[in-house]
Write a protein that binds this ligand. Structure first.
Ligand code: SAH
Length: 361
């Protein structure tokens, strides 16, 4: 048995059933045995692959986006470029390389990485060693020092633990993880209904049928980032898969070795994620006075930032790689039902006076 499963069973035996949120948090970030704590899951040989790992074009376009935004912010002399959950550091490396064309931006930037996993931090140190800009690591966003700020997050929010409520005939109950009679990890429900859930539930779920599942994330981080963006005249970019409108339904999933698995089997060995509810996200940002842009699909966003031109320039520079570059551009913007171009959404949010590139038209 994986040491994390033993630990989860021990906690349930001692304290009773645990909320799905706590289960997910332990699976991903347990300080010794968590999925992210112990490994680098990214890349072709890993469990999943992300946009920056597919092509350098992704990070490069984000870098140019950030440089354009810095200009729109009035070219502050110092800028905190923050990334949440930077993975291998690839996006930041590509972003800053591309942004060399705007020397003022490069000179203003200091990089702040919010990363809890020691394994991923080690990767980031390696990747960003060559950079000539200061890089600081943080356990949480609150540690990032005050000042003009741009916040980036690709496939970060989907890894934050979700809470789940399930509708019964007499109300909504929290979904829990317990040990069933056969000795397996299984789902159950809380003894009491979820307090104050009516404030979280989208209108259309008020009369949802019995057994409907509703997922939500505590929004303190979104509120805190929004507050900073409004106070410091900055902006943020969230790229993730999710739904543009809050809805019922379970999206919690386990992914290992590029295939789906049962979230309750082999905790700690698979990545657990759940869709980002962009409507809930935007409402939280709004409530802090931030202006939101989009969400638009990843395909729309990358095209609007000039993916085609970028691909062409790379192909001209390395004609022998033309097919590979073309395939990567297609993959990032694939708009079929399960393609990254449509599944992934991009939401911008920031100070109300700022127009964000990439969301026009
Ligand atoms: N953005 C990267 C990696 C995505 S994987 C890319 O697109 O390739 C998710 C990243 O978030 C990993 O680096 C993981 O270690 C980190 N992470 C997960 N939960 C976190 C948390 N609560 N706080 C900070 N980082 C977290």
């Amino acid at each position: 048995m994986h040491p994390l499963e033993a630990e989860i069973r021990r906690r349930i035996a001692l304290g009773g059933p645990m909320p799905v949120q706590q289960y997910m948090a332990l699976c991903l970030s347990h300080p010794e045995h968590g999925y992210y704590t112990t490994r680098d899951p990214l890349g072709r040989a890993g469990d999943f692959i992300t946009s920056p790992e597919i092509s350098q074009m992704f990070g490069e376009l984000i870098g140019l986006w950030a440089a354009a935004l810095w200009h729109a912010m009035g070219e502050p002399q110092s800028l905190r470029l923050v990334e949440l959950g930077p993975g291998r550091g690839t996006m930041m490396l590509d972003a800053l390389r591309a942004a060399q064309v705007v020397p003022g931006f490069r000179a203003a930037v200091d990089v702040h990485l919010v990363e809890t996993s020691p394994a991923m931090r080690a990767k980031q140190v390696q990747t960003l060693r060559k950079l000539d800009v200061p890089v600081t690591w943080h356990e949480s966003f609150e540690e990032v020092p005050a000042g003009p700020i741009i916040v980036l997050a690709n496939e970060f929010f989907d890894a934050l633990p979700v809470r789940q409520a399930i509708k019964h005939f007499n109300g909504w109950y929290e979904r829990m993880v317990l040990i069933d009679d056969a000795g397996n990890l299984a789902y159950g429900i809380s003894n009491e209904p979820v307090p104050l859930i009516e404030h979280l539930l989208p209108e259309k779920l008020r009369d949802a049928p019995v057994a409907t599942i509703f997922e939500w994330r505590p929004d303190n981080l979104v509120l805190e980032i929004s507050r900073r963006l409004v106070r410091e005249r900055g902006a943020g970019l969230v790229i993730d898969y999710g739904h543009t409108e809050s809805a019922g339904g379970e999206t919690l999933q386990a992914l290992g070795n590029h295939a789906f698995a049962d979230p309750l089997i082999t905790p700690g060995e698979f990545d657990l994620t759940a869709h980002v509810d962009f409507q809930a996200f935007a409402l939280s940002a709004d409530s802090m006075g931030a202006r939101r842009h989009g969400p638009v699909t990843q395909a729309q966003f990358l095209r609007s930032l000039g993916l085609e031109n970028r691909a062409q320039a790379l192909k001209n520079a390395a004609p022998q790689k033309a097919a590979e570059i073309e395939a990567a551009a297609l993959r990032l913007t694939d708009e079929s039902r399960t393609g990254m171009g449509s599944l992934f959404k991009v939401l911008g949010f920031g100070h109300p006076s700022l127009a964000l590139p990439g969301f026009e038209g």
